[in-house]
Ligand binder design. Structure first.
Ligand code: ADP
Ligand code: ADP
Length: 228
């Protein structure tokens, strides 16, 4: 579903953030992207979302060369991918229900579809009781559930999670991982950038490790540790 072909990214200041990345991620995979700070994880994700452009090479997502998507089609392309962040990024003045509904409104879904779909998704992430709460009335784990609900409500085939457990205690992180596994089992491909060694080691999913912009490990059922 996703292919990086000879991808290089050099920033304008000359910094090489990714070099010669060649890899494939299949539909339905669960992939951890690991590596120390500065290894190139954010750049990898920004290239996938077309927030940054490759310097050379190609990124293909579902048969489409992302590097060739015209500027006017970028917003629509981005909305086809679910994204979850460490800091949740919820709209503070909207309720849980409204935060999730808003993601459907901006792609023009009918209010009938929204009224049917949002309660279903809130049930799936275990937040039916919190539909009328505001983000600041929720725990960190609950806020992350809302952000996951928002990311999957439009049924994306790809979910990107950037340090989704970074602000959570271990047991809450565990619950969030269970939810991501559940979403993955329903067919969504997941790419998760993380520093959470414990989480990665417990899950035994594919691990792609970056170091100084290069892939230094790519292992099925892998662990966090890698040789530089
Ligand atoms: P692109 O050309 O891919 O859009 P840029 O080179 O324009 O990326 O980078 C965006 C901005 O971030 C620039 O103003 C750049 O100077 C600045 N920047 C420089 N170094 C760093 C860094 N180490 N981390 C984050 N941003 C940086
Ligand atoms: P990570 O997410 O693994 O911490 P990044 O992708 O943010 O790594 O950064 C990879 C390298 O590229 C680092 O050396 C970083 O300083 C540099 N970098 C990131 N963004 C920019 C930018 N906009 N301009 C210049 N250098 C950048």
């Amino acid at each position: 579903m996703i292919e990086f072909k000879d991808v290089n990214k050099t920033y304008k200041n000359g910094k090489v953030a990714l070099s010669n990345i060649n890899l494939k991620i299949n539909k339905g995979d669960f992939v951890f992207l690991v590596g120390s700070s500065g290894a190139g994880k954010s750049t990898f994700i920004k290239l996938l979302l077309k927030e940054k452009e490759v310097t050379t090479g190609k990124i293909i997502i579902e048969g489409q060369d992302v590097t060739k998507i015209p500027r006017r089609k970028i917003p629509k392309f981005r909305r086809s991918i679910g994204v979850v962040f460490q800091d949740f990024r919820l709209l503070p003045n909207k309720t849980v229900y409204e935060n999730v509904a808003f993601a459907m409104e901006i792609i023009g879904q009918s209010s009938k579809n929204i009224r049917r779909r949002v309660p279903f998704i809130l049930g799936m992430v275990g937040l039916s009781e919190k539909a009328k709460s505001y983000p600041n009335e929720l725990s960190g784990g609950e806020q992350q559930r809302v952000s996951i609900a928002r990311a999957i409500v439009n049924n994306p085939s790809l979910l990107i999670a950037d340090e989704p457990t970074g602000n959570l205690d271990p047991s809450t992180a565990n619950e969030i991982m269970n939810l991501l596994v559940d979403i993955n089992r329903r067919g969504t491909t997941i790419i998760m950038a993380t520093h959470a060694k414990d989480v990665v080691d417990k899950m035994r999913k594919r691990v792609i490790a970056l170091d100084k912009g290069k892939v230094v490990k790519d292992e099925e059922r892998g662990t966090y540790n890698y040789d530089k």
